[in-house]
Design a protein around this ligand. Structure first.
Ligand SMILES: [Mg+2]
Length: 407
């Protein structure tokens, strides 16, 4: 799988020798499609006029005419969905802030390089880029119509993927989170950021959620037949919490599937504002009374996570990946992660850390007494039929992890 060497990389820096240096380093790493621009405006012109936009941009933050931040804003406006590596002479703290700034756009930040750029560091970042490529490649500029999303719902083109959650102390599997994909007949697998907002804005979100929930309940039943108990978590939209009939419809689906509410967790995130706290509270409280578990998702992002905690009866707190991955090495992240942990403890909620990507992340959770973990270190999201084989594989890894921990 070396075809990533064909990917198009654009380097933007006002210093000619930097362009030369980085270009050379990239060529040496085997990348042949490297383009260079000496400023933000020419970079934008290049991206807009290129037959296919670059998948990766290496960007100098400090440039005389258009600075890096401004460039990124234009890039986001132009619906750029590739990845970026930031280059700067600034200290790491500043770069981290910029990285944060970018997470609200659809641009993936692979990381940053401090000048003088070392080829080894460049190599490391680009290697991190590879796994993203297949997923990001297809998320080009194409947008979908409301009608096509509605058709997808009714033609059963939506497919649930599942990402496991495990106990940190024992490694035991506690359930799976449902992540919807659109198996598009022509375009392949489409990620939810490209159709869920459309459904939210066009009154399709309840239908979409019912389709996801119905499928999740069916898969839950399938795993039970295979002897696996895998409670499912399902992401809700704030838009679901506007319609008082929503809870009844979900109870109906659970009853039809012959499942029990205890095996269902609903994850709520405040990606958009709650229109009516009263209605949302009504719906969530009824779920709670029927023993459906409630989880506050992506905790720490958005603008009123704390007031949500105050207002709604959550059982579980999922710390956003942004405060988990790398927190062992970053003071700020660590402080936020620890505070979230303390908050969950005091409120007697289960705490789940998202974005656990490597052994260092895992060890931090273990040492700090986090309850549950989810992330690439454990497993990537997978189709329902792959789950049983993963469960068997994990049992072996789990034993190794527990054995290592007790050494
Ligand atoms: Mg979630």
């Amino acid at each position: 799988m070396d075809d990533h060497k064909d990917f198009r990389i654009l380097v933007i820096d006002d210093e000619a020798f930097m362009l030369k240096l980085i270009g050379k380093a990239l060529h040496r790493l085997g990348y042949s499609q490297v383009f260079t621009c000496s400023g933000g405006q020419s970079g934008l012109d290049f991206i807009k006029s290129a037959p296919s936009p670059p998948q990766l941009v290496l960007l100098d933050l400090n440039m005389p005419q258009m600075d890096g931040i401004e460039f990124i804003r234009h890039l986001a406006d132009a619906n750029f969905t590739g990845s970026i590596i930031l280059i700067s002479g600034e200290d790491e703290r500043t770069l981290q802030s910029v990285e944060k700034l970018l997470t609200s756009s659809r641009i993936t930040v692979l990381g940053y390089l401090v000048k003088p750029v070392k080829p080894a560091a460049l190599k490391l970042l680009i290697e991190r880029w590879r796994p993203f490529v297949s997923a990001r490649q297809q998320s080009s500029i194409k947008t979908y119509s409301v009608e096509s999303v509605s058709r997808a719902i009714h033609n059963a083109e939506l497919v649930n993927y599942y990402q496991p959650k495990v106990q940190v102390a024992s490694g035991e599997i506690v359930g799976v989170e449902t992540l919807v994909r659109w198996q598009h007949p022509a375009d392949g697998l489409i990620y939810p950021d490209r159709f869920v907002p459309l459904a939210e804005n066009n009154n399709l979100i309840d239908e979409l959620s019912y389709a996801i929930i119905r499928q999740a309940l069916g898969d839950l039943g399938g795993w039970q037949l295979a002897g696996l108990s895998l409670p499912v978590s399902i992401n809700l939209s704030m838009e679901n919490l506007k319609n008082l009939d929503f809870a009844d419809a979900v109870f109906e689906l659970i009853a039809q599937a012959g499942q029990s509410a205890e095996d269902i967790t609903l994850e709520v995130t405040e990606s958009r504002l709650v229109q009516s706290i009263k209605v949302a509270l009504d719906i969530l409280t009824r779920f709670k009374l029927k023993r459906v578990n409630l989880s506050i998702d992506d905790f720490g992002t958005g603008h009123s996570s704390l007031s949500q905690l105050r207002d709604f009866p959550f059982d579980e707190l999922k710390v956003d990946r942004g405060f988990v991955h790398g927190a062992w090495a970053n003071k700020k992240l660590h402080a936020i992660y620890s505070a979230s942990l303390g908050l969950a403890r005091q409120l007697e909620m289960t705490i789940v850390a998202e974005g656990v990507e490597d052994l260092d992340d895992w060890n931090l959770l273990r040492q700090s007494g986090c309850d549950q973990a989810q992330g690439y270190f454990i497993a990537r999201p997978m189709p329902a039929q792959d789950v049983p084989a993963w469960v068997a594989d994990w049992e072996i890894r789990r034993r190794e992890l527990v054995a290592q921990a007790s050494e």
